[in-house]
Design a protein around this ligand. Structure first.
Ligand SMILES: *Cc1c(COP(=O)(O)O)cnc(C)c1O
Length: 223
């Protein structure tokens, strides 16, 4: 890829309002590239595997002030480790994993910040709540006293045109508004994690508060 990460950030930043948090997605990205991103001002790293993040976090311990984001599907047997490593889990995608995280958080005396992953179209990727299921699980989620539920995360299906992609982001924002109006006790709806390299500008237009950028910062992944 041509240019330094600092240059690529300079091209992206004008499209991001100051209030939008840029999460650098570093799955399969080298520690050297992560250090360069840190030097260019990145403080949020997103990983989709617990073990890879655990390794990298240990290797980058000398860099203060990093927030680690889990953006990939979480299995119950990795939940404890995930709570130890990550500052925000974007990918809570079922009631089962939410209840499990709540139970472990209780034991660890921690209050993890999480987002609920939804899919607005049923042919979207395999993980995430479909809307009616999410709505019917809200009462149970609201009774998870240890979870700090902050908002929604979504990944549109691959290959949608920009109008349809924008519609998915807008529907996600509208869903968050609708949930917020229900005035739950424990559920906040202030964060919207949506937008990746190819569609982050549409996501920002629809009200994203966090974008998750990989290839546009680090180049194509090899796998
Ligand atoms: C890989 C990944 C990203 C980043 O995708 P790019 O197209 O490389 O920007 C964002 N979100 C999730 C959940 C991912 O798995």
């Amino acid at each position: 890829m041509i240019g330094s990460i600092a240059q690529r950030l300079d091209e992206i930043r004008p499209h991001l309002p100051a209030s939008v948090r840029l999460i650098a997605v570093t799955k399969q990205v080298s520690l050297e590239a992560m250090r360069a991103a840190y030097a260019a001002g990145i403080r949020d790293f997103g990983e989709n595997r617990v073990q890879e993040a655990e390794f990298k976090k240990a290797q980058l311990q000398d860099l203060p002030g990093i927030a680690w984001h889990l953006i990939g599907h979480l299995q119950t047997n990795k939940a404890r480790k995930a709570l130890e490593i990550f500052d925000l889990i974007h990918s809570v995608d079922s009631l089962k994993i939410a209840l499990h995280l709540d139970e472990i958080a209780q034991k660890l005396d921690s209050q993890p910040q999480i987002l609920l992953q939804v899919k607005l179209l049923t042919d979207a990727n395999k993980y995430g709540w479909i809307v009616p299921n999410l709505l019917s699980h809200l009462a149970a989620l609201d009774r998870c006293p240890n979870l700090k539920i902050q908002g929604l995360m979504t990944i549109p299906p691959l290959g949608l045109d920009s109008l349809k992609t924008l519609a998915v982001f807008e529907q996600t924002r509208d869903l968050a508004d609708r949930i917020r109006q229900q005035n739950w006790f424990n559920i906040r709806m202030q964060e919207l994690s949506m937008g990746m390299s190819d569609d982050y500008r549409l996501a920002v237009k629809a009200g994203a508060t966090m974008v998750r950028l990989g290839r546009i910062l680090f180049g194509e992944r090899t796998v």
